[in-house]
Design a protein around this ligand. Structure first.
Ligand SMILES: Nc1ncnc2c1ncn2[C@@H]1O[C@H](COP(=O)(O)OP(=O)(O)OP(=O)(O)O)[C@@H](O)[C@H]1O
Length: 843
């Protein structure tokens, strides 16, 4: 374990570039305010005393919380006792109040891991004004706050926590981390300290304070609090947080958000906030904290929901605990880009050549043709309701194969598009032949509305054509001529009713203009011949063949496995087809509607609240705010899909062009501009890499230079002294080498190990690692996106880089996942040198 110990110990060393970048919240350890250093011998007792001070405060907070819980419970019981008497309005108001109290109670009862985590000691404010939370509002200190001899008195101490707590006299016991008064805790730096003298991070578990870490923002001052010198403990909280072992879930960073991150989190929600930054700069963390901040700022507005779009289900699973730990649930939906369409879930992968076509804007043109073309042709597409009727009923005629090639049913045995309509009306047989039907269809399709919504128009034109043949039309003309327009109209509407209620007409319409479903059209596209027709002059034959082949995976009814790209196609098709007005799902009863005796209902009520939130989330198709994580990876088709969910939303878009796995970034940028419209944009850049030690970041930078020449790497915040390790497979046994390297790392780090391989080796790699335990995971290169591990093994950089046109950028992602140690395993194709360093990673 020696190497590991060394790594952990040195995890705290600060690399200079960070300071050069001006991120000065990270300070050297200082042990007392003022110029005199503290006596090291007394350090422990000072630390214990300070922990004791914070323990007292935490005790006070919990006493107050208990009072508040009692109050909320009293309110609920009281309301219950009052029973069901009163006007309906008063009862509704009471129920609403109880409902709110229930939510509040729930939040208070939530046992937070570290409910209270921060403290700032501040100089008096410039204007002496206090805000509604009882804290001074001025960011700048009063002119006379610092005396000529550099001494000063602390005027205000604020504690920061996950939710705000006021004492019974309305003084703030804990300030919510999102409140304006908490901003100095995050914003203050030694360069621009504002009123902050000392910033303290408090570590607690349940009701027990375990430790404190201080950062001194005004080291030049000798400050006193209540007449005593202000002690300073530890090396700062950031380094403590970064050195911790990683688990399979992301932690919130609420106690150590850095100034440049805080600016993004608290940026005003208007329009579009764009955040770029290299690997490990906290983009995902910042995006999630921003969701919590926006809810705090304007809960009413964001009741419309916040959608967080994540690239993979793995990243969703990794990040979804962060918001609950910040006290927010329900209003935020974190969804993988392959799970945005109701009832669809991407589980399959497309090979790069297929992804490239399916994700591109060209696909839109193909889909426009497919959506209309699927009505016509040699067979009705699966999923449409064209299944009724059949040969031999004397009314429907089948068999018109417009392409004229072979078996008209395509050998599928599916129902065919009828080519003749026959009805009996006004005692006559009326017929429309194939060419007339074709003309009517073309005429309807000149409309721009979605195909399914054009059906009423198709029905109308069919009736018009039959009417014209009925001979009644001329009679009606005579009525009009003799001034009896009413009679003429009645004649016509009687005709329409008669014909339209005839079974033969209904069956014909269902078969000739079926209600198309997106899945049905997707399945129809799996037929290479039909897809070829729709993709003529848009895709080349090889592309058509590959796409059609990949779609066959979804099966004849389109319900089989889908890829992320198929899901975006489904969403687009749903738009193009349009859904006729549906019967609404029967709503579950709203808990507010079913209140009777409250006490017995409490447990169900809690559940119902959650269920209600889930139901609302499931029914929701548009959001008030959309956060796109790893935005560089969205394809043009995915941007269209995500854009539709935020047509009226404000946006936060975070990403890093250098990590894009999409082959044509310009095309994607165009689609992104279209999705975001002309809303004004505010841009932010994050510059510090909190994940990778400098040693790993330096290696990754070599690949960055190949992938995106001239692009700057973010500065690593710390160094471990552990260089990346290289291991070349010389005897050809890749499996054994990878397994040995993973096992070796198990002994060297406490947390997780990610083994990243080319996508084509995913399943194989899982077998190589079987039995090593759940700290070790095998990942395809595209699945590694956004994740992090204590240690990683990157297998065959060349294989990863060669797998797609964006392969070098994908490799860059793979190399930047480790928080402690990195091992690179090379195979022959990597052309390793004597030291095992693969060609791609040499100078
Ligand atoms: N202020 C901070 N305090 C403590 N840890 C932080 C801070 N900022 C970021 N981190 C940690 O750094 C790691 C990287 O953060 P995150 O995953 O959000 O970066 P990212 O920019 O999204 O990376 P990538 O682009 O590689 O996906 C996480 O473990 C996160 O918790």
């Amino acid at each position: 374990m020696a190497a590991q110990d060394a790594a952990v110990e040195s995890a705290g060393s600060v690399v200079d570039p960070v300071r050069d970048k001006g991120n000065d919240a990270i300070s050297d350890p200082v042990h007392a305010t003022g110029k005199a250093p503290a006596h090291p011998a007394g350090a422990d007792s000072v630390r214990d005393r300070e922990i004791g001070v914070e323990q007292e405060h935490l005790d006070q907070v919990y006493r107050r919380l208990e009072e508040k819980i009692d109050e909320a419970e009293f309110l609920m019981n009281d309301a219950a006792k009052r029973g069901q008497v009163g006007t309906p309005g008063a009862l509704a108001e009471r129920d609403a109040q109880v409902f709110r109290a229930g939510i509040h109670l729930n939040r208070l009862n939530n046992e937070f891991e570290d409910f209270l985590f921060g403290r700032v000691d501040l100089l008096p404010g410039k204007d002496g004004k206090k805000g509604p939370d009882g804290a001074y509002t001025s960011v700048e200190p009063a002119d006379d706050a610092v005396r000529d001899d550099d001494t000063a008195d602390i005027a205000e101490t604020l504690h920061i926590g996950r939710i705000g707590v006021l004492d019974s006299d309305y003084s703030p016991l804990v300030i919510d981390w999102r409140a304006p008064a908490a901003a100095p805790f995050y914003r203050s730096t030694p360069v621009d300290p504002g009123r902050v003298v000392r910033r303290r991070v408090i570590r607690s578990k349940g009701r027990k304070v375990l430790g404190v870490e201080d950062d001194l923002m005004r080291p030049e001052l000798t400050a006193s609090l209540n007449g005593a010198a202000l002690p300073v403990i530890g090396d700062g909280a950031l380094m403590a947080a970064l050195g911790q072992a990683r688990s399979h879930t992301m932690r919130d960073i609420v106690s150590s958000i850095q100034a440049e991150q805080d600016l993004v989190i608290r940026a005003p929600a208007a329009s579009v906030t764009e955040v770029s930054g290299g690997p490990g700069t906290g983009k995902t963390a910042v995006a999630l904290h921003r969701a919590a901040y926006l809810l705090y700022q304007d809960r009413r507005r964001y009741a419309g929901g916040i959608l967080v779009v994540s690239p993979t289900p793995l990243l969703v699973a990794y990040t979804e605990g962060v918001l609950p730990s910040l006290g927010e649930e329900g209003q935020v939906a974190i969804r993988a880009v392959g799970s945005l369409v109701d009832g669809a879930e991407a589980t399959a992968y497309d090979e790069p050549a297929v992804s490239r076509v399916k994700g591109s804007a060209r696909m839109l043109k193909v889909l426009r043709k497919a959506a209309r073309g699927a009505l016509e042709g040699d067979r009705a597409p699966a999923g449409g309701r064209g299944g009724r009727g059949g040969r031999g009923d004397g009314q429907l005629s089948f068999g018109g194969d417009d392409s004229g090639d072979g078996d008209p049913s395509g050998g599928s045995g599916r129902p065919l598009t009828p080519t003749r309509l026959r009805v009996v009306a006004l005692g006559r047989r009326l017929e429309l032949e194939s060419d007339e039907l074709h003309r009517i269809r073309q005429s309807v399709l000149t409309g721009t509305a979605p195909v399914n919504l054009l059906r009423p128009r198709a029905r109308k034109l069919l009736l018009d054509a039959l009417w014209a043949k009925s001979g009644a039309a001329s009679r009606a003309g005579d009525y009009v001529a003799t001034g009896d327009a009413q009679l003429a109209a009645e004649l016509r509407s009687g005709f329409d009713e008669d014909v339209a209620s005839e079974d033969s007409f209904i069956e014909f319409l269902d078969a000739w203009w079926p209600e198309l479903t997106a899945r049905g059209v997707l399945a129809a596209m799996a037929d290479e011949r039909r897809l070829g027709r729709w993709a003529r002059r848009i895709l080349n034959p090889a592309e058509t063949r590959k796409v059609a082949r990949s779609l066959r995976r979804a099966g004849p009814d389109g319900t089989g496995p889908l890829s992320v790209h198929d899901v975006a196609i489904l969403d687009e098709l749903e738009q193009l087809l349009g859904s006729p007005p549906r019967q609404r799902k029967r709503r579950e009863l709203d808990p507010l509607d079913q209140l009777t005796g409250l006490e017995e209902l409490m447990p169900q009520r809690e559940e119902s609240q959650r269920e209600r939130a889930e139901r609302l989330a499931a029914e929701r198709t548009e959001y008030a705010h959309v956060i796109v994580d790893e935005a560089q990876d969205l394809t043009p088709m995915q941007w269209r899909m995500v854009g539709r969910r935020g047509r009226h939303a404000t946006w936060t878009v975070v990403g890093d062009a250098a990590q894009s796995s999409w082959s044509d970034p310009d095309e994607a940028a165009e689609a992104r501009d279209e999705a975001l419209g002309n809303r004004p944009r505010r841009q932010f850049t994050l510059t510090v890499n909190y994940r990778n030690p400098a040693e790993i970041a330096a290696l990754a930078a070599k690949v960055l230079a190949l992938a995106m020449p001239g692009m700057e790497s973010p500065a690593a915040v710390r160094s471990t002294g552990v260089e990346p390790r290289f291991s070349a497979v010389r005897d050809g046994d890749l499996a054994r080498t990878v397994r040995e390297e993973a096992a070796r790392l198990l002994d060297r780090v406490d947390g997780t190990i990610g083994v990243v391989v080319a996508m084509s080796r995913r399943e194989q790699a899982a077998r190589w690692l079987a039995g090593l335990g759940d700290r070790v995971v095998a990942l395809g290169s595209l699945e590694a996106k956004g994740l992090e591990y204590d240690a990683t093994v990157v297998v065959s950089p060349a294989e990863i880089a060669d797998e797609s046109p964006a392969g070098l950028r994908v490799l860059y992602v793979a190399l930047t996942r480790a928080t402690q140690q990195l091992t690179v395993v090379s195979a022959d194709r990597d052309d390793p040198d004597e030291q095992g360093v693969p060609d791609l990673l040499r100078e």
